[in-house]
Ligand binder design. Structure first.
Ligand code: BMA
Length: 825
């Protein structure tokens, strides 16, 4: 097999203009125009509006390339586009060879008859996505969310590129993945499917099903190797291929298999399967797969509450903890794999074990899934359908079928893949959202998500579960939001303005969405504003807030919880505290109900531009308060309190496969941090379960509201070695009414070989102590924590996480500290 890569510099122009200039493949029109300084940054202030109009135009990219005699001698030559965004006409030496209409597909075009020895010319005409959806919507109006450009469901292009309630309307266009000419002679490996049979802990049988296509008389050799996670060859199979269209199944037995586990449950060893078709000494075709040996079940069994819904990996029940992933950048070329790796590291650092790829974006790259395999992050994979009605005509069905086949084949071997899910929120929408509905489109829904797509998944990836929609109770419009069955999206806190305590009313089986917005940090706001814009109701700030009345919602919840912030920056800070507290309320409650509840995937992990949103990591990769909160509330061992105005239940949640033995220490303190009452309780918690350790009743101490304003509860979980595994503090009144004495915080630093240590001392009880750096970006080991009066809390910054080997003195000068009491006058 020979490959001629056509990535690199091409020529680009808008079809209405004469001038050509350099552009990149893979790349995008907006990105090329931006790097050539032909447009302003689309994310700055309100530039979005004018940049969007660029997508009313058509663009073309062209280049020449050399084809050698040798390449042309191949029996078959294919021009492969791994991603075209989206509508295009592809010309080779001035002949139209294909039209594309789906950014999620790979296009393989047979081109032998069109190629010449010497110079060849390739041109791709990208057609306006805005004009297309407008035309289609006129012909067949179908419903989609208000925040996106009308008609978007007609086009197989990442929906949120047309706008969303967190994303700008910037439907860029381009050739967004690799392009190459691929030559084949004699034969090819058409398809390889590897399945695992776990007989017992000591033995896994692998079966490698190889579908090959051969168009020569020669007897070829099919050679298959299995390598262990350290790269040692452990099994091999060599056999001749006689058939023209042949299927061969090779089986390998792995004794003492090294099993792949989600992060924190074990290691992530990856075996390699190498398949080759050989003619004499020459390799005709080859393929490599990295696989993890594991069983993955979506367990749905009847129980006393209804029906379970959780993932069992290698027999171990896993409480899924994580967030929803959206595209990392509206300008796709800016989302580099290094940034993705950092984001995945951020997930792991915050004790996630799952990420849900939400259906309104695009299917991530191979490298994305490799990283999830490597870091042990389970993947809930939506197909790319979200909040829309789909018109299932012949063209649409054909392109969707190709898309589903391409992506299932591409992603199915990844150890991290846990479930395929048909779409985001459409089953629920058909039942309870208000939009014009037709019987045809309702039937189309069922055909698409309960017949066509699951049939393909069953054919190509029978080992992975299929779930029709998120949320769902199994499909067929059967109470998709049932509390006791399937997964749920719960939005009454936030969209419904319910208090955080409302989460505690529900013991959902698996919450795959719930969320709360906040503003990004001042540093991030500064990247898209001028000083005069820095008021949350300014035109520019509202341009970077896509969820209608959301800034008002933030203020509403602020009023419930905190005092009126003294300035813009304090408002940003307190909005993040609200977000952290809200999500913590939900997660801790569901984790206290582990067994019945088995998943808490909040909305949302990341942003695609700088914006006020539900994300816990902002567009620049900066951790918002929520991400630090998540690190604490998702830890494998969690102590949490279900407090009320005169007491609390203290519960320990143990996600580990082994039982936990230790103690819970608690103390009721006054506002001066003086201990009023304290105690210790043994805590013995079975594997994968939660256990109430103690119920504290302070009804004799916290009699009046004044008493409650004056006290807080501190608790911690210590293990046998007296190390703290988890800890927390709760107030008995909203923080706005607590009797804080404004604390003075002081910071000193020290260092070890690998880390800087930051010691923060407070002269009074300090709540939500925030550490930040003036210019640098660092991730602290903890942040937004509380400090008792006259106590010191030490956090660390890993040296390899700081910019360019910054010294301790430089870091010390950068650090800024504040607590809640600093946010108001
Ligand atoms: C859910 C998601 C997204 C949306 C979010 C916030 O419904 O599926 O469509 O961005 O809520 O409203």
């Amino acid at each position: 097999m020979e490959k001629l890569l056509l990535n690199g510099v091409w020529n680009l122009r808008c079809t209405t203009e004469e001038e050509w200039f350099e552009g990149n493949v893979p790349g995008s029109v907006y990105h090329d125009l931006l790097t050539k300084n032909k447009i302003e940054d689309p994310f700055y202030r309100d530039n979005e509006d004018k940049i969007k109009m660029l997508s009313e135009n058509d663009y073309e990219y062209h280049r020449t390339f050399q084809v050698t005699d040798d390449l042309l001698k191949n029996d078959e030559l294919e021009l492969v586009f791994e991603g075209v965004d989206t509508l295009s006409e592809i010309y080779l030496n001035d002949t139209l060879i294909a039209k594309t209409n789906n950014m999620h597909r790979t296009y393989k075009l047979s081109v032998k008859e069109h190629l010449l020895v010497g110079i060849n010319q390739i041109r791709i005409l990208l057609l306006s996505p805005l004009k297309f959806v407008e035309k289609m919507h006129k012909e067949t109006p179908i419903w989609g969310v208000d925040d996106a450009v009308e008609g978007y469901p007609h086009l197989r292009k990442g929906h949120s590129m047309f706008g969303w309630d967190w994303g700008p309307q910037l439907p860029d266009l381009g050739v967004w993945r690799d392009v190459y000419v691929q030559g084949r002679s004699k034969a090819e490996l058409e398809d390889i499917y590897i399945s695992q049979n776990h007989l017992n802990d000591e033995r896994v049988d692998l079966s490698v099903k190889v579908q090959s296509r051969k168009w020569c008389d020669e007897n070829l050799l099919l050679s298959t190797q299995l390598y262990d996670p350290r790269g040692k060859l452990i099994a091999e199979d060599k056999r001749g291929i006689v058939e023209l269209d042949g299927e061969e199944t090779i089986t390998f037995t792995v004794e003492q298999p090294e099993k792949w586990f989600p992060v924190q449950y074990g290691e992530q060893p990856l075996y390699k399967v190498h398949v080759q078709l050989v003619s004499g000494n020459a390799t005709v075709d080859k393929a490599d797969y990295k696989i993890g040996l594991r069983t993955m079940e979506l367990v749905q069994e009847e129980d006393k509450w209804g029906e379970s819904f959780f993932f069992r990996v290698n027999g171990v029940p896993v409480f899924s903890k994580g967030a929803n992933y959206i595209p990392e950048d509206n300008l796709l070329p800016r989302a580099t794999i290094d940034k993705t790796e950092r984001l995945i590291q951020d997930c792991v650092a915050a004790n996630f074990n799952m990420i849900r790829i939400w259906g309104g974006g695009h299917y991530p790259s191979d490298e994305f899934y490799q990283l999830c395999d490597q870091y042990g992050l389970l993947v809930w994979q939506d197909f790319m359908f979200a909040c829309a009605v789909y018109d299932l005509n012949d063209n649409f069905a054909e392109t969707v079928e190709a898309e589903v086949r391409d992506n299932v084949k591409r992603i199915r071997h990844h150890a991290s893949l846990s479930v395929w899910c048909g779409n985001n929120e459409m089953e629920e929408a058909w039942l309870s959202w208000d939009f014009p509905k037709t019987e045809k489109h309702k039937q189309d829904y069922l055909t698409l998500f309960e017949k066509m797509i699951p049939d393909i998944v069953e054919e190509l990836d029978p080992a992975t579960a299929y779930w029709p929609s998120s949320p769902s109770s199994g499909g067929n419009f059967n109470e998709p939001s049932d509390e006791n069955k399937g997964d749920v999206h719960y939005w009454d806190v936030w969209h419904g303005l319910k208090p955080f305590t409302d989460y505690r009313k529900f013991n959902f089986r698996f919450v795959s969405e719930f969320g709360f917005q906040s503003f990004p940090s001042l540093k991030t706001v500064e990247t898209f504003t001028e000083p005069d814009d820095r008021n949350i109701f300014s035109h520019v700030m509202e341009q970077h807030q896509k969820n209608g009345d959301a800034n008002g919602k933030i203020l509403y919840y602020l009023a419930e919880n905190f005092q009126y912030p003294k300035d813009f920056d304090s408002l940003l800070y307190t909005s993040q505290l609200l977000q952290g507290e809200a999500i913590k309320y939900g997660v801790e409650h569901w984790r206290r109900n582990m067994g019945r509840s088995m998943g808490a995937i909040y909305w949302q992990l990341n942003d695609c531009w700088p914006v006020a949103s539900w994300a816990s990591v902002d567009y620049y990769g900066r951790w918002k308060a929520l991400h630090y909160f998540a690190k604490r509330f998702f830890s494998m061992l969690l102590v949490s309190a279900e407090e009320h105005s005169q007491g609390a239940k203290i519960v320990v949640t143990n996600d580990h496969m082994t039982s936990f033995k230790g103690k819970v220490l608690w103390s009721l303190r006054d506002a001066d941090s003086g201990i009023v009452e304290e105690g210790t309780m043994d805590a013995i918690v079975e594997p994968a379960s939660a256990q109430q350790v103690i119920e504290l009743d302070f009804s004799e101490k916290l009699i009046t509201y004044q008493d409650q304003r004056d006290h807080y509860l501190e608790f911690s979980l210590v293990n046998d070695e007296e190390q703290i595994a988890s800890q927390g503090k709760v107030l008995f009144v909203p923080a706005k009414h607590f009797n804080f004495v404004k604390p003075i915080l002081s910071v000193t630093t020290s260092e070890s070989d690998v880390a800087y240590h930051i010691h923060v001392t407070s002269d009074f009880f300090a709540r939500y102590v925030e550490l930040s750096c003036k210019k640098m970006d660092v991730v602290f080991s903890d942040n937004y924590f509380d400090i008792n009066k006259n106590e010191t809390v030490t956090v660390t910054v890993k040296k390899d996480n700081t910019e360019n080997g910054v010294s301790r003195e430089e870091l010390a000068k950068e650090i800024v500290v504040r607590s809640l009491a600093d946010s108001y006058k």
